[in-house]
Design a protein around this ligand. Sequence first.
Ligand SMILES: C[S@@+](CC[C@H](N)C(=O)[O-])C[C@H]1O[C@@H](n2cnc3c(N)ncnc32)[C@H](O)[C@@H]1O
Length: 258
Amino acid sequence: MHSTTHTGVDAAVNIRAWDSIASRDQTHGQPQDPPPDIAWTPWPGRGPGAELLGDLVGKSVAEMGCGTGEHVGYTALHGARLAIGIDASLRRLTQARARFGHLPATDWHLGDAAAVLTTLPILDVCYSIFGALWYADPAQLLPAVAGRLRAGGRLVFSVNAPRQGELSGRRVDNLTSTGGARLPVIHYAFDAADWSALLVAHGFRPVEVQPVSGPHTSPHHTLVVSARRAPLSAGPGPLGRPTRESMPPMVERRSAAG
Ligand SMILES: C[S@@+](CC[C@H](N)C(=O)[O-])C[C@H]1O[C@@H](n2cnc3c(N)ncnc32)[C@H](O)[C@@H]1O
């Protein structure tokens, strides 16, 4: 896989895009109620829901790349002791706080997720919905997540798999803003086997990857990935990378919607 680090460039390019999108978005100024469930895919009704986060009561939970904050609001409303939202875009984080900052457990942090995580208390759950684990180099971010999650803690995230014929890895894409401007962003696309290998190498197991297909007109499919932070004594992790042969088998489920 890749070994070069691009963290500063990725963050600068992506912050510019998300600040620009947020600045055209006037819909997020008022306190709101959180949504009734967590959607991991861009397609309403497809894929799993909030059950992937487990029982949230009394837990410390952080979303990496929280955008406008609805999932942070959801975890606060469902009993999290600490519902943290991290985002690299000041404009997005300001909108998130305006919408869901009235919920007492919420706590908002501006910055690149890998850097912010090092400043947080130990977490029970870390998650990302097309957030930092889609837009930041996992070779930088996964060690930070592993360092902040308690043993047995959950990491859950959604990303797209590479499209048919595309190679895995870092790529530049364009987001189209409501005004029609095309904004470059950098993201990381891996298939299920690559994600499983990356997670095991960084001290997570077991790993479960649930592929969810979009409508037949969509060229994308989403991977919803769930993993547990392995206890430090559980074998190869950040300090002893396993070979593919030594890895436990990845669990791959077909989604009902797929
Ligand atoms: C596609 S939006 C998703 C927002 C939210 N998770 C949702 O589902 O609505 C991506 C968000 O991730 C943030 N982001 C991208 N890279 C990040 C990073 N390295 N650290 C923290 N936030 C990041 C962006 O600023 C943006 O708000």
